[in-house]
Structures are given as structure tokens and as C-alpha cells.
Design a protein around this ligand. Structure first.
Ligand SMILES: [Zn+2]
Length: 247
């Protein structure tokens, strides 16, 4: 084969059928960021890839870059299967929110070691994360904390301590997507309303390690407020909505 092969860790974000036996994979790789690749023959019973390339799978892989846009998977070893997350519907729902956030926020073929590590950490924690059904996975503290950290890593840290419009000490009563932070009552005309507990919760989810997301005091109202800040950011700054968040 003409072209070049390289070895990298990768996490499977999404997978589509292609023809009779193949799959197209959206991978987030440690070495090159977002990569599209084809796994040939993966849907045959005797495929050498087995079930190692499901969404959420963390693998060590060899990819071949030819002339086409899609790279080719030539070898795969599992690093972590994340079966515990995949086989529980609630955890899977949380995982799919995280994968879709990665797909939308990190769509470039450009290595970002911190983003890769955050994703790997999120999935490791998800395997042992409590199932909070019947609550919606989109309101899960780990899902919210992971997305807030991705926004932070992509250069956006919501400012919560004082009013981002007029600089007053507050109290702050809302979040303005336009100014990217909290606002006081005077400046809250087109802001989302936030409760004091909601602001504290968002701040905790942002600043504490991902492993401690479940320990942040989070009422259902606070979780909804955190989610509204995240979705407002996606819509205002990214121009997109996550399908998994409206499920
Ligand atoms: Zn103000």
C-alpha cells in the first residue's frame, strides 16, 4: 500500500455501516485528533477486529493514511472496552452525550492531548458511575462536568464571580451567552436565569476534578441550569445543538 501507517491510541466516537461488511469510524486519536477511518470486513463473523471498535471503545490502533480522505484501520488492540458503560442504558446515554460533544467541539485533525485525556478519563469514570435513572442522562453530573471541562479546554471559561457586563460584584442572577458569563439584575435583560445554588453547582462542576463531579451538590434545578448554560454556549458560539441532549 502506498502511504504511511502510524500507531496511536484512539476512542471510537461514532460508527456507520458501509456496504456489506465495512464500517466507517469517527475516531478521536491521541496523535492526530479527529480522524475518519474505515474498518474493512468488520461486520463479517470472522473479522479480526471482533467487537473492539464499538462507540466508547478505547483502543490502540494502527492506521494507514493513503490518498483518500478516510484512513484504514489495519490493527486494533483494546485498551478498555467500556462494556460496563455500554451495557447499561443510562450510562450509555451519558457516554453518548460525551461522544457527541467531542464530535462537535473537536472536529479538526489536530492533536490535543488534554482533550484526549479528558475523554479517556470521562469514559473510565463512567464505567463505575451510578445509574441515576429515571433522571435524564443529559442531567447527569458527570455528563455536565465533562462538557463544562471541554468548553474550558477549548478556551472558554464561563466567568461567574461578578457581572460580565458592568463589572459589579453582583449578586449575579443569570448567564448571558453573548458576554460569556454571569450578569447582575440590571444587566440580565436577555440572560438565562440562574439560582445562587445553580451558580455554585456550575462553578463546582468546572473546578473540581471530573472524579468528584458526583460529589458536587446538584439539585435537579441546578442540573437544568448547568445544562441550559452549556446548550446556550453551543448554540450561541458553536451554532449547533446536541441531538443527545434533547433525547
Ligand atoms: Zn451588571
Amino acid at each position: 500500500m502506498a502511504g504511511r501507517s502510524y500507531k496511536t491510541e484512539a476512542i471510537v466516537l461514532r460508527s456507520f455501516r458501509l456496504g456489506e461488511a465495512d464500517r466507517v469510524l469517527h475516531l478521536y486519536t491521541l496523535d492526530r485528533g479527529r480522524v475518519g477511518a474505515v474498518a474493512k470486513g468488520i461486520r463479517r463473523t470472522k473479522s479480526r477486529f471482533g467487537a473492539r471498535l464499538e462507540p466508547l471503545s478505547h483502543v490502540q490502533t494502527i492506521l494507514h493514511q493513503g490518498r483518500g480522505e478516510l484512513q484504514t484501520v489495519t490493527a486494533v488492540d483494546l485498551v478498555r472496552s467500556h462494556r460496563a458503560a455500554r451495557e447499561d442504558p443510562y450510562r450509555l446515554g451519558v457516554g453518548l452525550v460525551g461522544l457527541e460533544a467531542m464530535l462537535r467541539l473537536y472536529s479538526e485533525q489536530e492533536a490535543n492531548e488534554r482533550a484526549f485525556s479528558a475523554l479517556a478519563r470521562f469514559l473510565d469514570l463512567l464505567d463505575d458511575s451510578p445509574t441515576r435513572a429515571p433522571a435524564r442522562p443529559s442531567l447527569d453530573p458527570l455528563a455536565l462536568a465533562f462538557q463544562l471541562k471541554l468548553l474550558w479546554l477549548s478556551g472558554y471559561l464561563p466567568h461567574l464571580g461578578s457581572c460580565t457586563e458592568c463589572g459589579s460584584e453582583g449578586p449575579v442572577v443569570g448567564y448571558s451567552p453573548r458576554s460569556g458569563g454571569a450578569v447582575c439584575r440590571t444587566c440580565a435583560a436577555d440572560a438565562l436565569t440562574l439560582s445562587p445554588a445553580g451558580i455554585t453547582a456550575i462553578d463546582g462542576l468546572l473546578r473540581r476534578p471530573l472524579a468528584e463531579a458526583g460529589a458536587v451538590p446538584l439539585s435537579e434545578r441546578s442540573a437544568r441550569e448547568a445544562l441550559s448554560v452549556i446548550t446556550a454556549w453551543y448554540e450561541f458560539h458553536g451554532g449547533f445543538r446536541l441531538r443527545t441532549l434533547s433525547a
